[in-house]
Design a binder for this molecule. Structure first.
Ligand SMILES: Nc1nc2c(ncn2[C@@H]2O[C@H](COP(=O)(O)OP(=O)(O)OP(=O)(O)O)[C@@H](O)[C@H]2O)c(=O)[nH]1
Ligand SMILES: [Mg+2]
Length: 310
């Protein structure tokens, strides 16, 4: 499966083709051990357009320049390989284990956070489907008691996935819902409990306070939990995703990132930018609205797809 599918049927050039066409291509200059300043500037421009963000772009460009000066990127193939390698290196630096941390005993509790519309509920539906497919018994809890319709949306997803479902009343305290959900998960002896949360509250301070409380109450009920706190980011919003990642890191300790909606964009560089900004592993990417449109994250494969995507 292509990670980043075509957003339209119009023929477009991949990121690598664009780089090759406009940035590289004083191969003669490179062969002499130099990259023209103009080429580096164009490479920088294209990486910024692909949402790598300023710090990551600067790092990649500097690395390409360094390798060129050492005579290690004399050909197009070497150039492509160097870029792919450097992107993979960025994604595998620091905290980078894409696997979910599971409870030693009792239910694994996964708390899912993110702003409204990021794709939290959809991700939970897909993750529940995936874990059911691995033979796990899964329960989902509707901790979003703020938005009308949120509970029903999660209920539909849980039915689709074959997961158990618990919810509180509209307007109930989400922390209480999470607390009760752990009781239910223990009583039903499920393997995994996934807790949905609201993305929008009156103010961002309200949101932060609520998330802190939910996380605190979960830990109180089950000392090791939450085993995972996953932040879902919309992959189409560019550098705002970096700001969101920083905001949520300040509210709750994140253990993983999920980047959704990467099916409709050629700007997957944001995945590298958010990882670099908060040093949290990317664990999954969302590539569509259906239950199977979730991919466990693979840094090298992603780097390759990113350069070949249109
Ligand atoms: N194309 C595409 N659409 C997605 C993906 N993930 C989610 N969506 C869509 O994005 C929209 C918002 O998704 P939700 O899962 O409801 O987002 P949420 O974070 O739960 O939003 P709130 O409950 O309002 O906080 C829905 O229309 C989803 O179908 C994805 O990977 N690809
Ligand atoms: Mg939701």
């Amino acid at each position: 499966m292509r990670i980043l599918r075509k957003s339209t049927d119009l023929p477009k050039r991949s990121l690598w083709e664009k780089i090759r066409d406009v940035a590289l291509m004083d191969v003669a200059v490179i062969a002499k051990g130099g990259v023209s300043a103009g080429s580096l500037e164009k490479l920088e421009e294209l990486l910024l357009q692909a949402d790598f963000g300023v710090p990551t772009t600067m790092k990649l460009v500097a690395e390409v320049e360094r390798l060129a000066k050492l005579g290690k990127v004399k050909t197009e193939d070497e150039f492509l390989a160097a870029l792919e390698r450097e992107i993979t290196a960025a994604l595998t630096s620091g905290e980078n284990d894409p696997r979910l941390r599971l409870a030693v005993s009792g239910p694994t509790v996964i708390l899912v956070v993110g702003v409204n519309g990021a794709g939290k509920t959809t991700f939970i539906g897909k993750l529940a489907t995936r874990m059911r497919g691995h033979g796990k018994r899964v329960m989902v809890a509707a901790g979003d008691t703020f938005r009308a319709g949120a509970v029903d949306q999660l209920r539909v997803w849980s039915e689709r996935a074959g997961a158990e479902f618990v919810s509180g009343r509209a307007g109930a305290d989400p922390a209480a819902v999470a607390f009760d959900a752990i009781d239910a998960a223990v009583a039903s002896d499920v393997d995994v409990l996934i807790v949905d949360t609201a993305g929008r509250l009156h103010t961002s301070e309200d949101l932060m306070t609520e998330l802190k409380k939910v996380a605190r109450v979960i830990t109180k009920r089950l000392p090791d939990a939450p085993h995972e706190t996953l932040l879902v980011l919309d992959g189409t919003i560019g550098q705002n995703a970096v700001q969101q990642a920083k905001f949520f890191t300040a509210a709750v300790p994140l253990t993983g990132l999920v980047v959704s909606k990467l099916d409709g964009t050629a700007r997957g560089g944001v995945v590298v930018a958010v990882h670099e900004a908060v040093n949290v592993p990317v664990k999954f990417i969302g590539v569509g609205e259906q239950k199977d449109d979730l991919l466990p994250f693979d840094a090298a494969g992603f780097a390759r797809e990113l350069l070949s995507s249109e």
